[in-house]
Ligand binder design. Structure first.
Ligand code: SAH
Length: 258
């Protein structure tokens, strides 16, 4: 059995309970290179066979899946954050399907969640934006033209831009081309939730300078949008003038007394 496990954004205790249990029991662990906190490998058994996928091809990874399956092993394929975001799991899954090898995906805390936590931010602020756009600038992997950052940013929604810190200057230009005012708040978050986490706050117009200040072009997210500012409306959910199915408008009820 193969488990694709989300390792979380960095801090070793931000993996799920299920993910940690699988690492503790697996016979073989293939982890995603520099992005996965090596402290997570310490959860593995002493005789667990551990491989860094950074130096492996898809064929070699598949070969290890087959090797483990032939021995009845439990294999963990550890991906950073959540495997569904830029995780390249689909091509692995399709090979497992064609080989009739059983597998399951275990979600993880994505780095865009880790970054929001680091900033005490809410992407979906009432009166500001109710939409989060997750995208990237094109690199070795192309981005469909209709998803050009300028086209996406034109919505004025909250934006979490992955894999693009090295391209901060280009991202800046795309966001300005979209019509975002240069003073739109922005933040760069490097290694969110890791001990070496670093945050640089500024504006869209300053993105390139912010990246130079950060001094890192990998493992960082570019966030942009009004959600990083201080103007918003309070929520209807906790508004005393707005009662709903779970709150009739009476006094506080201690959960234990239900
Ligand atoms: N599946 C991962 C993303 C993998 S793509 C997830 O859900 O987070 C790798 C990119 O993710 C990096 O280039 C960077 O933009 C971002 N990233 C991963 N971990 C990060 C972290 N701890 N802090 C900030 N950005 C991170």
């Amino acid at each position: 059995m193969i488990y694709f496990v989300g390792a979380g954004p960095g801090a070793a205790d931000l993996i799920t309970v299920r993910g940690k249990g699988l690492i503790e029991h697996c016979n073989q662990l293939i982890y995603a290179g520099s992005l996965v906190n090596p402290a997570l490998l310490d959860f593995a058994k002493k005789d667990c066979e551990i491989f860094n996928s950074a130096s492996m091809t898809l064929e070699e990874i598949t070969g290890r899946f087959v090797y483990g399956e032939e021995r009845g092993w439990l294999t963990v394929r550890l991906h950073t954050g959540d495997p569904s975001i830029y995780g390249a799991i689909r091509e692995q899954i399709d090979r497992l399907v064609s080989l009739s090898i059983p597998f399951q995906v275990v979600p993880g805390v994505s780095s865009f969640c880790g970054a929001a936590a680091a900033l005490n931010a809410e992407y979906t602020l009432p009166g500001v934006s109710q939409t989060l756009i997750i995208s990237r600038a094109p690199g070795k992997t192309t981005v469909p033209p209709r998803e050009d950052l300028a086209a996406l940013a034109a919505h004025g929604a909250s934006m979490a831009i992955f894999l693009s810190a090295a391209l901060a200057g280009e991202v800046r230009q795309k966001l300005l081309d979209a019509g975002l005012p240069p003073e739109t708040p922005a933040a760069l978050v490097y290694k969110a939730t890791w001990p070496e986490q670093k945050i640089v706050r500024g504006t869209v117009g300053e993105l390139e300078a912010m990246q130079r200040e950060l001094g890192a072009d990998r493992t960082a997210l570019i966030l942009a949008g009004g959600f990083l500012a201080d103007d918003y409306e309070r929520s209807k959910l906790y508004d005393p003038d707005f009662s709903h199915g779970f709150r009739g408008g009476g006094g506080l009820t201690l959960f234990n007394e239900h």
